[in-house]
Every structure is written in C-alpha cells, then in structure tokens.
Design a protein around this ligand. Structure first.
Ligand code: GTP
Ligand code: SPV
Ligand code: MN
Length: 604
C-alpha cells in the first residue's frame, strides 16, 4: 500500500503494521475508495457536506443551533444490542457467565462472510484515534475502519482523532484494530464481536452509538477492561467530577450508574442556591480509566473527548450545562424536530409544540400517544462545549479519586445514600448493584436486573475475575477511595420519585465528600453507614421531611428480599465469584436477622 496522505498531500503514516492491516481489511471489504482521516477542519467540512448531500445528516437552524445536525437512524437500529454482542475469548470461561461467547475462530469465520465485499460501492474511512489525553500513560491508540461517514463525524467529536493518534502510535504495532460496516442494517446480520486477546473489534450491521463508535463501549470498556486486568488498571462505566468548595478545596469523585441512570446529569450538576460558592466540574460523563500512581492514590482520566448523551429529560432546570453544551456544533440522533429547525424531546422546557416531525421523520401532533423523540435519542457534543468542563480534563496524570459511588434505578429498598464499611464492602455494593433496565439497550424497559458495577453489558471478561481484580487493587493503594451506594430513583406509594434529584443531589454529594474527608459522622446499619439525623443538609429543600425519611429509610423486610435476590445472582456467577463477597452476603444476612429479632422483641 502507498503511504497515505492528507488532503494537502502530506504523508500521514509509514507504520507498516497499520498499512498491512488496512490493506488486508480493504481486500476483504472491497471498498471503491479508501480515505484516511487526518482530523482537520477542512476534512470535517468536506465530510459534513457529503453526508448532508446524501441525506444522512440534515442541518438544523443556523441561528438557533449553529453547526448542528439531525440524524435519523434506521428504526430497527436505535440502541445497543446486548444479545448480539459477543466476547470472543479462547475459552468460554474467560468470557464468563454474564457474556455471550463465541470461539474466536468461529466468530472471525462468521463475520468474514458478512464483511466480504460489504463496502463495494462505498468508501472505507480509516479513523486513527486516541482514547485518553494524547501521550498519557493511561491512553490507548485505536484505528476504526468504517463505511459510515456518520461514524467518522461522531468519532471526531468523541475521541482525539486524526494525525495526533498516528503520531502517538509511531511505528508501534500496539493499537486496537476496529472494523465496522453498516452492511444492510439488518438485525439478522448484526454482530458486535470483541477479541480481547487480539485487541480487535469487528462490528457489523448497525449504525448506532455504542455498537459502532468503537472507541467507546467496545474499546474503552470491553477490550479496555481486559487490558486493565492484564496491565493492572481499571476501565469503568463511570463519570468523573470535581467538587470545589467555596474555599477552593477540590475533591474528585467517580460514579458508576447503569446506562441512562444519571451519569451525564450528575457530572454536569449545578448545585442549588443553598450551596452558594460550591461548583461541580466535569472531567467525564461515561467512562473512567483509573490506575494507582506513585503516591498510592487512584488517578482517573476520561478516555473520551465528547458526550454521547441521553436527550429526553434534559432541560434548563434539570441540566442547564447540557442545554448549553448542545446549543452548537452538535449531532442529534433520533430526536424530534420543529418546523423552524429546532430540536425537541420529551421533558424539554416550555410548551409541547402543536406539531413536530418525530424521530422517524413522520408528522407528529400534540397529544399523540407515541413519543416524538426516541427514548434513547442522543446528542453528540464536544467536551469543550460544556461550561463546567474541568481544566484537568486533558491532564495526562488524571485526577486523584477520593470517593467511588455506585447507583442504580431502584423503586424500593436502596436508600438515598449509604457508605461501605471498607473496600471489600464497597466492592460488594458494586458487585450487587441492581437497576431497572432502560431504553439504552433494546429489550424490555423497567425490569430490575443485577448490573454489577454498571458493567454487565461492558465487562470484557469473567465477572467473578473482574470482582477479584477490584479486590486486589486495594493492595496497591495507600489511600484508597471511600465507597458509596446511592439511589435517586426510589418511589413513594403514589409511584412518584421521592427525591427531587438532579441539582439537589449536591446535598448527598456534600455528605459523601465530608465522609471521604473524615469530617462528618455516620449512623451504622447492618449494611453500611447512613447519614445521622440532621447531617444531610436539607435547608431550602422544598419537600416534606417525611418524604426524605422515606427516601433514606433502610427497611429490614425489603433488605431480606434484596439479600435473597443477591444470593440467587451470586449462584449464577459460579466458582469464579470471590468467596469473600459471598461471606459478606452471609454476614449481612446474619446481622439482618439479629436486627429483626431485636425489633420484634422490642415491640413485644
Ligand atoms: P448513558 O449515557 O446511557 O450511560 O446514561 P447516563 O448514566 O449518563 O444517564 P443520563 O445522565 O443521561 O440520564 C438518563 C435519564 O435519567 C435522563 O432522562 C435524565 O433526565 C434522568 N435522570 C438523571 N438524573 C436524575 C435524577 O437525579 N433524578 C431523576 N428522577 N432522573 C434523573
Ligand atoms: C450507554 O448505553 O451506556 C451509553 C450509550 O453510554 S452507547 O454509547 O450507545 O452505549
Ligand atoms: Mn454509558
């Protein structure tokens, strides 16, 4: 293959490993053209014009939403497809009981048939990208070959893309090999296959988000978690935020919530009036790569460079920073549009418009039972659009993490906040995290399932081994982060959320920061520490105190059911489950029994 050049004719790379691989993949997929992406503005303009001409993107109002576009995906292709996602390790045991598995040879064979000639009549784009700050020890180089210009434009926002990636790679053979073709966007011919041992990802038959932006879930989480196991670090489905006090003290927190359970919102939160002078800085909203530094603390970087965020529910009250973020240079996917070139989704501010074009492109009238925007409609925006972006987001060292928070969507049982007794207990919180399913993946919505560490769909190896990896990290740390469990989604008897959430979550975050800095007491329950009466700052909060009591309540009957359900879940993990976690479950059960007996005696 000839040395590829950018549009100006300047050579891009002489990396023979890379050239040979691109050549091999082009011989398989047979595109009409191969275009190397340099990440320049000129390239962006050219590609944007081409995609608009093809109808893949439609420009929005240049005054209301400058440089913004709407993309409507195939209605059969609107979310991640967990049942079509495979971990292809040499043995099934390495993928473990929570992953779909295919033997690598079988997967390559099956997908080779699909990829054969899949790019005939199309252009193959070669996307070099870096996950993480360029040149950082945390960072990894990936290459994605794709026949979708929409993928190129999204990857350009979501990653550090183009020439800097090729420069970072140099002549090395150490890069992720990603191959993607839309094929005919048919769920019958859709597979997302990961080969962790080969640092390779093959994705076919989809054009949607997490299935095709291969740097995100595929590399930064599934393959990344495997690399983390091998190399001694952690790849997590976590936001990273900095809490700045009025005195200028900065505390960094990482939080794992399952898909569409509030990471972007928490990472961009604006504290309520009561917290005058407090400020939240976003480091990342979806993924954290963490490793222990020489000082014995855990440091995190955000491997991404943009946000692929959930649109519905985003408005000027819930998330003003997100509204500012999406106001320019943003690609919207599957939202509704107004006549005057604006966007709309369920939960946006103001009156519901009388007429819209819905996410499928059909006319929509106010009062229609159908949703105008798809529940998993999203925006792709550069991080630099975010008014709350941390100035440390490009720091190659990362930021030191003082607290790790786990949280799910739970209508019952899980209190507003609880702190783990110790590292192992924190891992028990993560390992047993439960949450109601959301529209971020295809399938039924609202069913409680165990989503350990919010990584059920993203852990690239055996889940029990993964828990063990987390447990072993303690040995490397002098000053490990404190661990917490939160739940913004508990419901009252009326079916409404008990806790107002969003910016008001600052009240919980303040307690977390104070606990992490050993500044406030706690009340011991059989399962962890909860705030002592009066320690959670509720001043200026406009809801009845009984409602807060309900949100924070630890109900022993509900926990009995919970521990039974955890026991069932642990059984499904088999022998790789670290014994210490099952012992902790038993210990919790015994402590629960003592409490129940004591309460019954007190009543009698
Ligand atoms: P992914 O990008 O799928 O990983 O999701 P995420 O975890 O970043 O979730 P996001 O912040 O986008 O929130 C998803 C949905 O939950 C949105 O509709 C939000 O409006 C809603 N949500 C977020 N935070 C809260 C909260 O504190 N309370 C309530 N009730 N809803 C919330
Ligand atoms: C998620 O589902 O957790 C996401 C969106 O962040 S996607 O990139 O589609 O996976
Ligand atoms: Mn996510």
């Amino acid at each position: 293959m000839q040395t590829p050049t950018d549009a100006a004719g300047k050579p891009l790379t002489k990396n023979q490993h890379l050239l040979d691989w691109v050549d091999e993949m082009a011989r398989l997929t047979k595109p009409d053209h191969v275009v190397w992406c340099d990440g320049s503005d000129e390239e962006k303009h050219r590609l944007t014009e081409e995609t608009v001409a093809k109808g893949i993107l439609t420009p929005l109002s240049s005054t209301k939403l400058p440089n913004c576009f709407i993309h409507r995906s195939n209605p059969n292709d609107v979310a991640r497809v967990e049942q079509l996602t495979f971990i292809c390790t040499p043995t099934q045991d390495e993928a473990g009981p929570t992953n779909n598995w295919m033997a690598p040879a079988d997967a390559y064979k099956k997908l080779t048939v699909l990829f054969d000639g899949s790019m005939k009549g199309r252009t193959m784009y070669v996307i070099p990208y870096v996950m993480g700050p360029v040149g950082s020890v945390h960072s990894k180089v990936g290459l994605e070959l794709t026949d979708s210009p929409y993928v190129v434009l999204n990857m350009r926002i979501m990653t550090r893309m183009g020439r800097p990636a090729l420069n970072m790679l140099g002549a090395s053979n150490d890069f992720n090999r990603g191959l993607h073709s839309m094929l005919d966007v048919n769920p019958e011919r859709r597979f997302i296959c990961h080969f962790p041992q080969d640092n390779t990802i093959w994705s076919v038959g989809s054009g949607y988000g997490g299935n095709v932006l291969l740097g995100k879930k595929c590399l930064a989480l599934r393959v990344g978690s495997y690399l983390g196991l091998r190399e001694g670090w952690l790849a997590e489905h976590m936001l990273i935020l900095g809490v700045e006090s009025p005195e200028g003290e900065m505390t960094y927190v990482a939080a794992a919530f399952p898909s569409a359970c509030g990471k972007t919102n928490f990472a961009m939160m604006i504290p309520p009036k009561r917290f005058k002078g407090w400020k939240i800085w976003t480091v990342g909203d979806d993924i954290a790569w963490m490793r222990v530094s020489a000082d014995g603390r855990l440091y995190a970087v955000n491997p991404e460079n943009g946000y692929f965020g959930v649109a519905p529910g985003t408005n000027a009250t819930t998330n003003p920073n997100a509204m500012a973020t999406v106001s320019h240079d943003t690609i919207f996917t599957n939202v509704a549009t107004t006549k005057d070139g604006n966007v709309w989704w369920e939960g946006m501010d103001g009156e519901v418009p009388d007429e819209l074009t819905d996410w499928t492109g059909k006319p929509w009238k106010k009062g229609s039972p159908d949703k105008a925007a798809h529940p998993n409609s999203r925006f792709t925006s550069p991080s630099t659009n975010n008014p709350a972006l941390s100035k440390f987001t490009d720091d190659p060292e990362g930021v030191p993490i003082s607290a790790i928070v786990f949280g799910g969507r739970r209508a019952t049982t899980i209190p507003l906040v609880m702190q783990a007794f110790n590292w192992m207990n924190g891992i028990f919180f993560g390992a047993t995290l439960g949450s109601e399913t959301t529209a971020a993946a295809t399938g039924k919505v609202g069913v409680v399932r165990r989503d350990p560490f919010a990584m059920l769909p993203f852990c690239g190896y055996n889940m029990g081994t993964y828990f063990g990896h987390w447990l072993s990290m303690q040995a490397k740390m002098v000053n490990p982060p404190k661990m917490f469990l939160v739940n913004w989604f508990r419901k009252g008897e009326d079916g409404k959320f008990l806790w107002p959430g969003y910016g008001e979550n600052m009240r919980v975050l303040k307690w977390i920061v104070d606990r992490a800095r050993l500044r406030v007491g706690g009340q011991e329950t059989p399962f962890g520490w909860v705030p002592k009466a009066g320690d959670l700052d509720l001043s200026g909060l406009d809801i009845p105190h009984e409602q807060v009591d309900q949100a924070t309540h630890v109900d022993l009957e509900e926990w009995t059911t919970e521990l039974t359900s955890i026991s069932e879940f642990f059984k499904t993990l088999g022998p790789s489950l670290p014994r210490v976690l099952d012992l902790h479950r038993e210990l919790s059960e015994e402590r629960l029994k003592i409490m129940k007996t004591a309460n019954a005696q007190a009543k009698a």
